[in-house]
Design a protein around this ligand. Structure first.
Ligand code: GLA
Length: 377
């Protein structure tokens, strides 16, 4: 990292920062409905080597992008000005400036092991790594949740993706051995112990290799549908509807909004149920909650795809405790909770099922809850 930085920017970095990708255990599409979510950080990180500059140049390079250095003027940063991967780091500097922080230029070199387009929050990892780097380089003294909000602002306002804050909160605030219980409306987060290995379990990630793209309008349409339903129901957000109220609300709403509300309301309840099991040390009890969450995303929210459904069905047929797509949907990754002893056979069965269906081989790996964003050097 340091060597690459020196080669590209001609001097040593002031430091190196890391921010992880995430998988969400349960609580999907609930964040922009003021609800609850339960992500963990994964061990894959985005690293940013950075050096403060005394002028206004922001110089960006990525080991993955493999292109030339993107050279920007901090004062010229405006939404739409950068359309490549550079929109995420540039967006963070823009968001800091918009929030009134006195920031100037920097040289950055980025390298990442978080797969892109796999629903594992590679963009949030990049934003958070840059936000944490700037926080230290410019002595801003911002907290991890505040840096998550800056990162979300970068994605919403600069990169143009209308995401909630779950991914950025996960990347900024997660800790090893715990899932992060987010209450989005309250703006609070709590670490809930989650150690599948200690129960003889494994959490597997299956990247279906179906590339999802949150910028393609489907996500925005779902968000708009949820917001419209909340307006029609006379509540601030769908968070305010309880499961007991569902039958009545379903009678009030136009038919196309009913399943959206059904998903959000039941999903918030699933987060609460999952958290109470984890607090009682019952990791295996998460299984049926994951599978119910998948059914809800597939049948009500309608954001799964054939490949994700095939992973879930194959995993359950192989004796998994539970499985579900994770993240924004339309491809990306599936998580599977399985007994350690069955993990290998299950992985083989999923790979074989993909081969028979004529799909490209999926990418499987186990994860344990890892550390959130931090300075590593
Ligand atoms: C994406 C968004 C998040 C969240 C999830 C769905 O990952 O970035 O804010 O809405 O989708 O839960």
């Amino acid at each position: 990292m340091k060597e690459a930085f020196r080669h590209i920017h001609g001097a040593s970095p002031d430091g190196i920062w890391a921010a992880p990708g995430r998988v969400n255990l349960i609580g999907e599409h609930t964040d922009y409905n003021d609800g609850f979510a339960l992500p963990i950080a994964i061990p894959q990180n985005t690293l940013v080597a950075a050096r403060r500059r005394e002028d206004r140049r922001l110089r960006l390079h990525s080991a993955q992008g493999d292109g030339p250095v993107i050279d920007l003027d901090v004062d010229d940063l405006a939404p739409g000005a950068v359309t490549t991967w550079g929109a995420y780091p540039a967006g963070v500097v823009w968001a800091l400036r918009e929030a009134g922080h006195a920031v100037a230029g920097a040289d950055l070199h980025v390298d990442s092991t978080v797969p892109t387009g796999a629903g594992l929050s590679s963009s949030a990892a990049l934003e958070c790594a840059v936000a944490f780097a700037y926080n230290d380089l410019y002595g801003l003294g911002l907290s991890a949740p505040a840096l998550a909000l800056i990162s979300q602002r970068a994605e919403n306002g600069f990169a143009g993706v209308p995401c909630g804050v779950m991914d950025q909160m996960a990347s900024a605030c997660c800790t090893p051995g715990a899932a992060l219980h987010l209450d989005i409306r309250a703006g609070t987060h709590e670490q809930v112990p989650f150690a599948p290995e200690s129960e003889g379990l494994r959490l597997l990630v299956v990247d279906t290799r179906v590339k999802h793209d949150l910028g393609d309008g489907a996500y925005a349409a779902l968000r708009a549908g949820c917001e419209q339903a909340a307006r029609l129901l006379g509540v601030a957000a769908l968070r305010d509807i309880s499961p007991a109220e569902l039958p009545a609300t379903n009678r009030t709403l136009p038919a196309h909004l009913v399943p959206l509300v059904q998903h959000i309301v039941t999903e918030n309840a699933r987060v609460a149920e999952a958290v109470s099991h984890l607090r009682a040390g019952r990791v295996a009890a998460l299984g049926p909650i994951l599978s119910a969450g998948h059914a809800s995303l597939r049948d009500d929210f309608r954001i799964s795809c054939d490949e994700s459904d095939l992973v879930v069905d194959t995993a359950l047929a192989q004796g998994a405790l539970g499985a579900r797509m994770t993240g924004g949907g339309f491809g990306g990754s599936v998580i599977v909770l399985v007994d350690e002893g069955r993990a290998q056979a299950l992985g083989d069965a999923v790979t074989a099922a993909f081969r028979s269906a004529g799909y490209p081989a999926p990418h499987l790996f186990p994860v344990s809850p890892a550390s959130g964003a931090r300075r590593i050097e």
